[in-house]
Design a protein around this ligand. Structure first.
Ligand SMILES: O=C(O)CCC(=O)C(=O)O
Length: 275
């Protein structure tokens, strides 16, 4: 499902760019919803939408609205997007679990995002692993950053290519504003996806454009990872999402092939294989 070049590139860099994986019509719909929801206070968002917050969240932290896939089918299509799932299935060895969607807005007032992830980023976790073995690449925690706008050079996603397999702490002086060869700034077009392992050290430069940067971060793990009590589908909203998405969100055993995976493999002409 991955070409030899994609395996080489993902192993080397820890991310792939999937150009024009999302249709212009779906991009436009997601921009409209993003602008509508981001203009509202949390209390005025349709349930179960809610802003992500943790103790470090400040007024200038880029705002992410989560659980969007329970509210509009454009996000349901996105989670099951054939091009994204081609890569997610390969990287999870056909054992994917959808973890969540974050519809994020960055403005010129938003903070930059310092490097996080990777060995020295404090996010090292047994469920966030990367390996290459027997001619395959394998990653247990993936983020598909779906850009809904054009992102010019000098702003947006940055990472330290190769840091997903680094064994040494990042020197204190290395930061998101450094250029190549240590830091990659990935410039994309609306509809492109940057799919990376969360084991990669990554962050974001301050946004420079007049209109906001809108991005959907779609996160996947392995089906057999149980992140925390309460992970998995929101039972109360089960009827709001298609059965395939409900199944994709469920925790499942290592040997259990999800029906949605079987269907995707058939569509890709890969049906009937056992792994
Ligand atoms: O804005 C970006 O491209 C990076 C976002 C990020 O680092 C994250 O969601 O963890």
């Amino acid at each position: 499902m991955l070409t030899d070049e994609e395996k080489w590139r993902f192993d080397l860099h820890g991310y792939l760019v999937l150009p024009q994986a999302v249709s212009p019509a779906d991009v436009q719909r997601m921009v409209e919803l993003s602008d509508d929801w981001h203009a509202r206070d949390d209390a005025d968002l349709p349930p179960p939408l809610k802003s992500y917050r943790d103790p470090s969240t400040r007024a200038t932290t880029p705002r992410s609205i989560n659980q969007v896939e329970y509210v509009d089918e454009v996000f349901q299509r996105l989670v099951l997007n054939a091009e994204i799932m081609r890569v997610v299935l390969a990287l999870t060895h056909n054992c994917p679990q959808h973890l969540g969607c974050a519809l994020t807005q960055n403005t010129r007032q938003s903070d930059a995002l310092a490097f996080h992830g990777g060995v020295s980023g404090g996010l090292h976790h047994p469920a966030n692993d990367y390996q290459a073995v027997d001619g395959e690449v394998f990653a247990t925690f993936l983020n598909a950053g779906v850009s809904l706008v054009d992102v010019p050079k000098g702003t947006g996603f940055v990472c330290i290519p190769g840091s997903h397999k680094s064994h040494f702490a990042r020197p204190a002086g290395v930061d998101i504003t450094d250029g190549p060869p240590v830091v990659d700034n990935v410039s994309v077009r609306a509809g492109d996806v940057v799919l990376f392992t969360e084991a990669l050290c990554h962050g974001a430069l301050r946004w420079t454009q007049q209109t906001p940067r809108r991005t959907v971060f779609v996160r996947y793990g392995t089906s057999y990872a149980s992140w925390s009590p309460g992970s998995g589908p929101l039972e109360q909203y089960r009827d709001a999402i298609p059965e395939e998405l409900y199944e994709l969100k469920q925790v499942a055993g290592f040997r259990q092939r999800k029906k949605v995976v079987e269907r995707l493999l058939q569509d890709m002409g890969e049906g009937g294989q056992t792994s």
